[in-house]
Design a protein around this ligand. Structure first.
Ligand SMILES: [Zn+2]
Length: 340
């Protein structure tokens, strides 16, 4: 790659830098590019991207050996903190319809909105594209923070911590206010910022799809000794609009509660069946779009509904979809763990 500082003309340098940034953001990684089966999006990308056509040609000449890319789990051991630089999980990267591959960026954690959601500012590694308002990162990190490009994202979308910055820098980013109207930005900078915002939008949309049982358990403050009545595989079936019945498997048939969710003619019924011991069940609604646990209206104000069920008895809970429930909501249930 040409060293950008060796290009004397400013506009020429920016044009070159923007090109490099576009490739970094929107060209597929080797693992994607060098697969035998080419998707439609890939073909579209190749039609428009000379750089990737060159990469493919080089691949045909020198044979590609794929890197071990089996790591896709979030390092949940470590919790992000304000001032941390984190990468976004690579498995959240992907194509859009126009043939661009959205690579996962690195973000700066600004603060927590709730236990599970952070406000993040995107960073860019190509310093030449920094302009008014951008904050250059101190060594050893290259690039800058984009205070005009922040999003609320789930901490489940983070991959690994790659550094940290000073509290002062975080404060400056948080205090940022748009001073100059966007129209006064140079054309190439405007174009760059638009594309950076598209990357952030993509990350935000992926982050919203990450509703996992552990996340729901935290939101509903499911107490120790309780177990969430949905698994990763079954989660999709627990959507209120689904007609599928979900049933919890009770290991060894001891204690606990079985929950069925049924949908018929506009009413959702959740039926709990007590087995051979008393059980108390927590139920709540979760808004998938806003990522919020919401109280059940009948019980005014309470975050979750708790009730007991006798051994062998059945209890039913009704929800009226015209009231609270539509595709945006999910019913979340927790019962005492049978290990207790
Ligand atoms: Zn490309």
């Amino acid at each position: 790659m040409v060293k950008l500082t060796n290009i004397p003309n400013y506009m020429e340098r920016i044009r070159y830098a923007l090109n490099a940034a576009s490739e970094e953001r929107f060209c597929p990684p080797d693992s994607e590019l060098f697969t035998a089966r080419k998707s439609d999006q890939m073909q579209r990308h190749l039609d428009n991207c000379e750089s990737c056509r060159d990469r493919l040609e080089a691949f045909i000449e020198f044979e590609y050996t794929p890197q071990n890319s089996s790591q896709q789990t979030t390092s949940t051991q470590q919790r992000p903190a304000s001032g941390d630089l984190w990468t976004i999980r690579p498995d959240l990267a992907g194509w859009d319809d126009s043939g661009r591959y959205f690579n996962s960026p690195t973000i700066l954690v600004l603060n927590f909105q709730d236990n599970q959601t952070i406000l993040a500012a995107q960073t860019c590694g190509i310093e030449e594209l920094a302009y008014q308002g951008d904050l250059i990162l101190d060594a050893p990190y290259a690039g800058f923070v984009e205070p005009w490009n922040t999003k609320f994202i789930s901490i489940d979308s983070l991959e690994k911590k790659v550094g940290e910055v000073s509290t002062n820098l975080v404060k400056t980013v948080c205090k940022y206010e748009e001073t100059a109207p966007v129209d006064t930005l140079p054309f190439l900078i405007k174009q760059f910022r638009r594309q950076e915002c598209e990357v952030a939008d993509y990350v935000e949309s992926k982050s919203k799809s990450l509703v996992t049982p552990s996340y729901l358990a935290r939101l509903f403050e499911v107490p120790v000794g309780y177990e969430l009545l949905c698994s990763d595989e079954k989660l999709e079936h627990s959507f209120a609009a689904a007609t599928t019945t979900i049933e919890r498997e009770v290991p060894g048939g001891e204690g606990g509660v079985i929950a069925n969710i049924e949908s018929s003619k506009g009413k959702i019924t959740i039926r709990f069946v007590g087995l051979d011991s008393y059980g108390s069940v927590l139920a709540g609604l979760f808004n998938k779009t806003r990522k919020q646990a919401i109280p059940l209206r009948e019980r005014g104000g309470s975050k979750t509904l708790q009730f007991s069920i006798r051994p062998g008895a059945e209890a039913e809970l009704y929800f009226d979809p015209s009231d609270d429930i539509n595709d945006e909501f999910e019913i979340v249930l927790a019962a005492p763990s049978s290990k207790e």
